[in-house]
Every structure is written in structure tokens, then in C-alpha cells.
Design a binder for this molecule. Sequence first.
Ligand SMILES: Nc1ncnc2c1ncn2[C@@H]1O[C@H](COP(=O)(O)OP(=O)(O)O)[C@@H](O)[C@H]1O
Ligand SMILES: [Mg+2]
Length: 248
Amino acid sequence: MNDAVRAEGVGVSFQGVRALDAVDLELRRGEILGLIGPNGAGKTTLVNTLSGYQTPTTGRIHVDGRDVTRWSPERRARAGLVRTFQAVRLFPELSVLDNVALGVLAGGGRRKAARAEAMDLLATARLEQWAHHAAASMPYGAERRLGIMRALATRPHYLLLDEPAAGLNDRETDELTAVLERMPAEHGVGLLVIEHDMKLIMGVCHRIHVLDYGRTLAVGSPSEVRADPAVRRAYYGEAEEGNHARGA
Ligand SMILES: Nc1ncnc2c1ncn2[C@@H]1O[C@H](COP(=O)(O)OP(=O)(O)O)[C@@H](O)[C@H]1O
Ligand SMILES: [Mg+2]
């Protein structure tokens, strides 16, 4: 089975500080993989390395069996591996619809069909009512979903999301959760989601990969990870007798 993004033995050092150490990670098409761990665990560095914004000190990255370790982010995106950024990069004066239509075109979609496809994507994200407004006029939560839809419009096989719910209120987080949940089935995409919101992670992820101090602590289903003693100690800061808890 080659339909996956695979990190093998990935290590990243910053001036002697080891941010990642021999990490193996697999993201399959059609799944939602949660990437969690305390602050500084190496989550963003791993997503940067997968997407080509960080060159690993050791190890390889494969996409569908091809070694992309030396590929630029743009070339990886053309191979189907796309990431979003915490700060949404939109064209603020363009309409919401045109922002997504540009994503469709960037992904090789046909000009004639681009707006219709963009409208379908907006409907998926419950953003139809914003279609003809300027992107800059949207509220925060809607703008976040727009950023994700624009990335989805390029038809990625794998989409990496770094803290998509950061700064959203409970209602906006629920709306985002509903959109993320449907993406694998409706678009055949594999999602990697970094998130601190445990309700979101435990609710939508098929599998969860836990990092701590740059190493893999556990990989498994939400219930397996939740029950894992090492995860409870490191991530939830649950103290054993005589141990000091470390906050997430
Ligand atoms: N560009 C950088 N230069 C130096 N150290 C960095 C850099 N980026 C991240 N780090 C360090 O690498 C470790 C992992 O950081 P990061 O990947 O941002 O963790 P997380 O996303 O899990 O909070 C931290 O110790 C952080 O300080
Ligand atoms: Mg981070």
C-alpha cells in the first residue's frame, strides 16, 4: 500500500537543539491523523519537514512511494501534499468565491468549471452566504474555513493543518469540526491535524500520533492513546506518585 505520506527516521536539529529525533510517521489517504504533544514537542517542525519548509538533518520523506526529501514545497504540492498556515493567506479584496476559484485553477481545474466547483466547496463548508462578499469582510471562524477550502480546492491528496482551531470560539470550533469530519469521505484526502483542542482531536481523528521532546511517544486510535500511561504522564501532565506534572 503506497498511498501515504511517510516520514522515516526524521531528525531535525537547530544549532545543536534536537527538535525531532528518529520520527516515523504515516499519513494515509482518507484518514484523519491527529498530531499532538506538549508545546515544543516538535509538531510544527514535523509538518514543516513533511511539507518541504524544513530540510531534515536525517531521514527521508516519501509521498506515494516517491522520495520527496529534497523537493521544494511547490513540487510537493503538485504531487498532492499541501499544507495550510495558521495565518490564512487570502486575497482580501477578492470575493470569497473567487478566492476558492483561484484554488481550483491552481490545482489544474478548468476555467469554465472553476466557479461552480468553488461554489460546491463553499457549500460543503457552509459558506455559501459569503460567496459574493470580499474575503476581508468575513468573521474569523468563517475565514478559517475559507482558508481550508481554498487549500482543498487545489485537490490535495494529503492536507496538513497546523492548529486550525486556534483562536476560534466553541461554536466556530464545532463548525470547523463538522467540515473536517466530512473531508476524507467527500474528497478522498488524508488530513493531518495539529491541535490542542482535545475534544476536536478525540472526536474526529481515526488515529493519533503523539510526540514528546521530538520523539514518538505513542501512535494509535483515540481510545488507545487516551489510555496510554506514557501519554497520560507526558501530555496530560498526569503525575505519578512523586513525579512532577508537566503542563501541555
Ligand atoms: N527555527 C528554529 N530555530 C531554533 N529552534 C527551533 C526552531 N523551530 C523550532 N525550534 C525548537 O524546536 C523545538 C520544537 O518546536 P516546534 O516544532 O515549534 O514544537 P511544537 O509545534 O510541538 O510546539 C522547540 O524546542 C523549539 O524551540
Ligand atoms: Mg507548533
